[in-house]
Design a protein around this ligand. Structure first.
Ligand SMILES: C[S@@+](CC[C@H](N)C(=O)[O-])C[C@H]1O[C@@H](n2cnc3c(N)ncnc32)[C@H](O)[C@@H]1O
Length: 309
């Protein structure tokens, strides 16, 4: 099935399926209700068999996925999280909520304490649906995508969460200013794209794309986007594991693009120093914007008093 053929709001599709767990995940899910509906709609429309989730947290999105595949015994979910414990409360394991809702689930393989680049060979090819939802600071999601791309099926659908998380007006969840990683990936990939029609907003916080024959042809654009100031210092372990994949699965030219970008961007300072913290940087940016707006207003008043304009 082709993503661009969808003629109805995908978030309204198969809502009855999501209803079965919506109460249970209400407090742990890191997606808004509309975003959950979008993910659920896509899963029910495409009915994928081999699903990869990168970024699990409590397991809110894992639970949505497991709920949609529970009657399709051929379907499997592979979930990967770099952390072993839940980042909001380290006394809980990553994925705890989904484990509670779907105990001993044979359709779920959860790998924690690892990056996708370290386990993708083991997971194997033929992945037909991906949810990518990790750090949101460039280049995190782009690196994950580069690692998994060679293992995707020809019409794989990829959902990216928090595409516009950096805009405080668009996100209920966070206002971290440097969180533009998923946006960079969404905007540089060549693929068929779908964005939900939430509130007629043309820049919602979630989106999906379906890869096609042009995706590989223009994949260098994604590698080139690594040469853009980073908002996050990637672990050497992740960089090394990704490098092996690029060296073995991409062209010589792409490998060169990758190496140059990684070497240079690892040396440069982060675009927004993460030590300021997301709240601090947002506060600073907002204060600067207010300062400029007030300045412009005063300037206009002075001009109009002096020149009657
Ligand atoms: C925003 S949360 C995921 C939310 C989850 N998808 C949901 O909707 O309920 C981000 C998660 O990504 C994990 N993470 C960070 N870097 C990662 C990486 N390189 N690979 C996999 N997971 C990563 C974090 O440990 C955290 O649990």
């Amino acid at each position: 099935m082709i993503l661009k053929d969808i003629k109805f709001p995908i978030e309204s599709f198969a809502q009855d399926v999501l209803e079965k767990i919506s109460q249970e995940i209400q407090t742990t899910s890191e997606m808004t209700v509309l975003e959950r509906k979008f993910l659920n709609g896509l899963l029910n429309y495409f009915r994928p068999r081999k699903i990869l989730e990168v970024g699990v947290s409590a397991g809110g999105s894992s639970a949505i996925i497991l709920n949609t595949i529970k009657n399709n015994e051929k379907a499997k979910l592979f979930s990967v999280d770099y952390s072993m414990s839940y980042y909001k409360d380290s006394s809980f394991d990553v994925g705890w909520k989904a484990k509670e809702l779907f105990p001993d689930n044979q359709q779920w393989i959860l790998k924690t304490g690892v990056d996708a680049a370290e386990v993708i060979e083991e997971i194997g090819s033929g992945i037909d649906f991906v949810l990518l939802d990790t750090v949101h600071r460039h280049p995190a999601e782009t690196l994950s995508f580069i690692s998994i791309f060679p293992y995707l099926s020809p019409h794989c659908v990829v959902v990216l969460h928090d595409i516009n998380l950096f805009d405080p007006d668009l996100s209920e969840v966070n206002t971290a200013y440097a969180t533009y990683a998923t946006k960079i990936l969404f905007d540089t990939i060549t693929a068929d794209k779908i964005i939900p029609a939430f509130d007629n907003n043309i820049y919602p916080n979630i989106g999906a794309f379906q890869i096609n024959e042009d995706t590989l042809k223009y994949i260098s654009d994604v590698l080139r986007s690594l040469y853009f100031p980073w908002g996050f210092q990637m672990d050497k372990r992740i960089l090394n594991a990704t490098e092996i994949i690029v060296k073995t699965k991409y062209s010589v030219e792409d490998f060169e693009l990758f190496q140059k970008a990684i070497t240079r961007m690892s040396e440069l300072p982060l675009l927004y120093n993460s030590s300021i913290g997301s709240t601090g940087s947002t506060f600073f940016c907002r204060a600067a914007q207010k300062f400029i707006t007030v300045g412009k207003f005063i300037y206009k008043r002075i001009i109009s008093c002096h020149f009657g304009r």
